[in-house]
Design a protein around this ligand. Structure first.
Ligand SMILES: [Zn+2]
Length: 421
């Protein structure tokens, strides 16, 4: 397009020479120059990438992520492309979580929200003023597909708390048209009790693992929580905000009351949420069962929450029963795994390349640096800074001690001879 514009400008230029002082041609030239400027400023679009590569070049969008494998953090990073994550609520936390997962190269994102972008959302990250009036899910898809066209994005502009919305929500979570599998993880980023209870109901019914997140009404605390139906507490077993601050969540979201929000707290909570989602999906580190964030004291409380046998949610009680019944099988599998691991345990070097010849010395072994200098390996071109004669020097006293004894004997003999005289 840029070349076409250049050819057009050249034609106008030659026309100007054959018809000088023609105002129509001058106008045309100005117009063409303005368009040429816009063409030049047009953003570059990223094309799709077939395979994730670890190649370290500026044009590779995944080199820094694939480096996690080389660093030994993640066993197989490319697996991220097989996963589907559903994000419910594309607000201050959900939109940032969606962007993080998109940049990480997640396989598929399902986005749910019924709201539209407003100027009142601009204190948070992600949405832009030119997106005001768009549905949050459509605006998110618009931004995310440009950031990473490899991610499959699904936009659901609906309210999951309505009967119809709940049906579509359940259907989309069970749909197996992406690599033959459904959703791997649901992230709840909603801002009200009712929507959380709906996500809880859906996940308990579908035996779907999910993570809950929330930021307090005063914008200075938040939390994330892992919920595995039957294994951990469900949202109805112990609502997190009630546990954390003693506030009844039903009283939140009061009509006419404007809740405060900060991009900082929401960014922190979104970061903690996606960090734990990545650990869960790619199987590294420990996934926090519950992690709180108190911004005023920079305090991060953690705790584990067991399911409540008196939970009001029937699906939760069913999942708890199934989990208890599967206990012997689970224990047997864990034992077999442990035995298999211990029998096949071979110690590999942490780093295959050892450019600097660094090695670990057993504390019980004698220190070779003082006992036998000649065995210390020094790479070519390096020399000891200190003279090599820093070994333990026997005081000359010990070498001379035998002659002292001889001298003493002599002295004794002389004394005896004197006494005898
Ligand atoms: Zn429960």
């Amino acid at each position: 397009m840029e070349e076409e514009m250049k050819a057009m400008l050249d034609q106008i230029e030659s026309l100007k020479h054959s018809l000088p002082n023609n105002t129509a041609i001058a106008d045309l030239q100005r117009h063409a120059e303005r368009i040429a400027g816009l063409v030049k400023c047009a953003p570059t679009k990223r094309s799709k990438v077939k395979d994730m590569s670890a190649e370290v070049v500026d044009s590779n969008p995944y080199s820094r992520l694939m480096a996690l494998q080389r660093m030994g953090i993640v066993h197989n990073y490319e697996r991220i492309r097989d996963f589907s994550v559903a994000i419910v609520g594309i607000g201050g936390v959900g939109s940032v979580a969606a962007e993080m997962l998109t940049r990480c190269g997640i396989g598929r994102l399902l986005l749910y929200d019924y709201d539209t972008v407003e100027l009142a959302n601009m204190n948070r990250l992600f949405f832009r003023p030119d997106q005001v009036g768009m549905t949050k899910t459509d605006a998110a898809v618009q931004t995310l597909k440009d950031i990473n066209p490899d991610v499959v994005l699904e936009s659901y502009s609906l309210n999951i708390t309505t009967v119809k919305g709940f049906e579509v929500f359940m259907e989309s979570l069970t749909n197996k048209n992406f690599h033959g599998s459904g959703v791997d993880l649901v992230l709840s980023c909603v801002d009200n009790y009712e929507a959380r209870m709906v996500v809880n109901q859906a996940c308990n019914e579908l035996k779907q693992t999910w993570m809950e997140s929330g930021v307090s009404e005063d914008a200075v605390s938040g939390h994330i929580q892992l919920l595995i139906p039957g294994e951990t507490a469900c949202f109805a077993c112990a609502p997190p905000l009630v546990v954390a601050s003693g506030v009844d969540e039903r009283t939140l979201k009061r009509e006419g009351v404007c809740a405060a929000s900060l991009p900082t707290t929401m960014g922190v909570v979104a970061g903690l949420l996606v960090q734990n989602a990545l650990k869960f999906l790619l199987n590294f580190g420990n996934v926090s069962p519950y992690l709180g964030y108190n911004a005023l004291k920079d305090y991060f409380p953690t705790m584990e929450m067991r399911p409540n046998p008196q939970c009001s949610n029937l699906a939760c009680l069913e999942r708890q029963k199934e989990y208890d019944l599967a206990k012997p099988a689970r224990e047997a599998a864990a034992k077999a795994k442990m035995e298999a691991e211990s029998s096949s345990m071979i110690e590999y070097p942490v780093h295959i390349d050892n450019e600097w010849n660094i090695s670990v010395v057993d504390d019980n072994e004698p220190d070779i640096s003082t006992s036998s200098k000649s065995t210390v390996f020094i790479p070519d071109g390096l020399v000891h800074e200190l003279p090599s004669a820093d070994g333990f020097q026997k005081p000359s006293f010990f070498e001379e001690s035998s002659s002292i004894v001889d001298d003493l004997d002599d002295l004794k003999k002389q004394l005896e001879a004197l006494n005898a005289e």
